[in-house]
Ligand binder design. Structure first.
Ligand code: IVH
Length: 687
């Protein structure tokens, strides 16, 4: 007779639900925004807790649980590619003991004695983005990101701009009818420094680390942006494969090299787990001298036959493991503790630190997560603390060095009120996060607006950097609806605001009026409604009106929408301030387009424009955006391929070059007239 299963207590069920929601949110920040807010260690702890709960109470398992999935949800803006063989993830080993345990477990599975020899390949675990390239008879035909492991995003156009990825393989690669070549796209440290310096000088937000920079550069709608970033790639595994076969990882990597695919020369065949450990130890030192980030060592069974025998369990193969190096830890002092108000009102305590270098990056802030974490670690202002950047994400305080205490340290108490608006902060049941409940809290409004205009949302590039703050500070806007009634005249009195910039901003806002329903929904900043959820809701209900009218129960019936998400989305629309905001957005002419109705056109396809000189009618940015939106190219240099140079006053060398090459030169008005004749809506260009 089967043992009766323990009944699942309601608090375990609530905890699992809360963990799932929290993990989903962190997945979104990591994979979609490329802006994680917790360390890998903290994320792993959440993930393990959920996995343990689900293992203990099997009726808590869900198909849509993050534990049942690999990697990130896909974004809608790029086409989807189904991987013929799924892209798996790896289990982690923390420390020598877990590595030995893995070796023993694998041998047990193979019914081998513990002292039997299994050949391993040890490789560096590159900290970038995994990619799958399909080559047919040696020619690159498709490139896709991992996505959720089964299907990813089509990034072929972007990958074609990466020099280190061969478009055609050499040698006998044409034997392979079709092969999915897998590896990692990453950004070297020097390139990361260059891009960030460039962003800083242009007042554009900098990337937190090379991984985020690589992700941001690859998952671009505009391949020109990818082309401007020097990404690199190395290849280490294979998916579907027709026409060739490999016996081992060693043979695979040697073949890849022969075909002209970059592989990492830093690798080693090891006959025992002790040899693997020596490799791990060697690179614990050497990794500091590499020009790219690694976050561990991947150990693989070398023989493909043995790999096949071992197989995989849910999200990861039994035949490979990722050894993770402990995070780099550094001591510094807590100068202050401040509270940050998030878009959803979450109040996060942040330690302001004496700046210190950790893993090559200067750190001056570290998250303290929430008040129970502060209490648990007993962090006080003035304390010397150990901080770490695990997995190169937002740093966190690991522990207080109590032996350094002088007695002058001040304990910190989370304010009972929101630091921005003074509203009494509250903690919802089952949550550790304290939130500001005031829907009109200025800081919350600011964060919501930042989100509203951000790239995955309404994508109003002209309001990037500090411009939005400038409008808020000047009292010109308070919320998203105010944006759509702004005029260029209102902007003109602002500091460093010229005619062109002002019209460019208004044009940028104008162009956002018809973003898709999914983007609009995501832009509203509803808790739990990330890009993917917004797409699902938009796809299912088809119109804003129907979404607003749906009850939580109706939303929860939609495939992929969980109860918590449904509850949160439905509650958001019933909140009077939110309903009022949506009403004003619509009144101001915002018309979320039904999904699938793309605002892009192909009207300027095959045409390349160069804008030069002092433009009067529009900004270069706005004109280039219109060109790109309509399928054309905007370039910074004139060549024979240039369709026309649009020259403003005092145009210099580019105009001369156009004349030299016989390329058409247009005035701004001629460009507008020509574009309009081709059916292009130039409203987004000249307001
Ligand atoms: S093998 C089935 N080898 O690590 C396993 N992965 O955490 C296929 N990674 O998704 C992966 N360097 O993005 C493998 N030398 C390496 C790697 C590597 C980095 C990444 C890869 C994978 C992730 C798993």
């Amino acid at each position: 007779m089967q043992e009766p299963r323990p009944a699942t207590p309601p608090d375990a069920s609530a905890r699992a639900e809360a963990l799932r929601a929290e993990i989903a949110e962190h997945n979104r920040r990591y994979y979609i925004d490329s802006q994680p807010t917790i360390s890998d260690t903290a994320y792993d702890a959440l993930f393990r807790e959920l996995a343990l709960l689900e293992a203990r109470f099997p009726d808590l398992r869900r198909d849509d649980s993050p534990t049942a999935r690999v990697g990130s949800p896909t974004r809608s803006t790029l086409a989807t590619v189904v991987h013929r063989v799924p892209m798996l993830s790896l289990d982690n080993a923390f420390g020598a003991e877990e590595l030995v345990e893995w070796d023993l477990k694998l041998k047990r599975h193979l019914a081998l004695p513990s002292e039997a020899a299994v050949e391993y390949m040890a490789e560096l675990k590159l900290d970038g983005l995994s990619i799958s390239l399909t080559y047919e008879r040696g020619r690159l035909v498709r490139a896709a990101t991992r996505g959720d492991g089964s299907a990813g995003e089509d990034v072929t156009a972007n990958v074609l701009t990466i020099d280190s990825i061969p478009k055609a393989l050499v040698g006998d690669a044409d034997r392979a009818e079709a092969i999915e070549v897998r590896g990692e796209v990453f950004m070297a440290h020097d390139e990361f420094a260059r891009i960030n310096a460039e962003n800083e000088s242009q007042g554009v937000p900098t990337f937190a680390n090379p991984r985020n920079a690589a992700a941001g550069s690859l998952r671009q709608k505009d391949p020109l942006v990818t082309a401007g970033r020097r990404l690199q790639a190395m290849f280490y595994s294979v998916g579907a494969c027709e026409g060739v076969s490999f016996q081992s990882q060693d043979e695979l990597l040697a073949t890849y090299s022969r075909w002209g695919l970059p592989t990492n020369p830093s690798r080693g065949l090891c006959s025992t787990i002790a040899e693997v450990q020596s490799f791990v130890d060697r690179f614990d030192e050497e990794r500091r001298r590499l020009n790219y980030d690694i976050d561990g060592i991947v150990v693989k069974v070398d023989s493909f036959a043995v790999q096949a025998e071992l197989g995989a369990v849910s999200r990861s193969p039994r035949w490979a493991i990722a050894y993770k190096y402990p995070a780099q830890q550094v001591r510094t002092r807590v100068e202050d503790i401040v509270v940050q108000v998030g878009m959803t009102g979450a109040l996060t305590p942040v330690a302001i630190l004496t700046p210190v270098a950790v893993a090559g990056v200067i750190v001056s802030r570290a998250t303290l997560h929430n008040s129970s974490e502060i209490q648990r670690k007993d962090v006080r202002i003035g304390d010397t603390v150990v901080i770490q950047r695990a997995g190169e994400v937002i740093p966190e305080v690991v522990e207080v060095v109590t032996s350094e205490r002088t007695g002058a340290e001040e304990p910190y108490v989370m304010p009972a009120a929101c630091p921005s608006c003074g509203a009494e902060a509250a903690c919802a049941e089952g949550e550790v996060v304290i939130r500001c409940p005031n829907p009109t809290c200025p800081e919350k409004q600011r964060q919501r607006l930042q989100h509203f205009v951000s790239r995955g949302a309404m994508d109003i590039e002209a309001l990037g950097g500090k411009r939005l703050d400038q409008l808020l500070d000047a009292g010109l806007i308070r919320d998203a609806a105010d944006l759509f009634v702004l005029t260029a005249e209102q902007l003109l009195p602002l500091d460093r605001m010229g005619n062109k910039l002002a019209t460019g901003i208004v044009a940028g806002i104008e162009a956002a009026r018809t973003r898709t329903l999914a983007r609009f929904l995501f832009a509203l900043g509803i808790r739990q409604v990330g890009e993917r959820t917004a797409e699902v809701l938009a796809g299912h209900f088809g119109s804003l009106g129907r979404i607003m009218a749906a009850t939580a129960a109706e939303m929860a019936e939609v495939h992929e929408i969980g109860a918590i998400t449904a509850e949160s989305a439905a509650a958001w629309f019933t909140e009077p301030v939110n309903a009022e905001l949506v009403r004003r957005l619509l009144e101001a002419g915002v018309r979320p387009a039904a999904d699938g109705a793309e605002e892009r056109t192909e009207l300027l396809k095959g045409r390349t424009y160069v804008f030069t000189g002092a433009l009067q009618r529009f900004t270069r940015e706005a004109a280039e955006a219109v060109v790109k939106l309509n399928g054309g190219r905007a370039s910074g240099s004139v060549s024979k391929q240039t369709t026309a140079v649009v020259a403003g006053e005092n145009a210099g060398s580019k105009l001369a070059r156009a004349r030299e090459l016989g390329v058409a030169v247009l005035t701004e008005d001629e460009f507008l007239a020509d574009a309009a004749e081709r059916g292009v809506r130039v409203g987004g260009c000249n307001g």
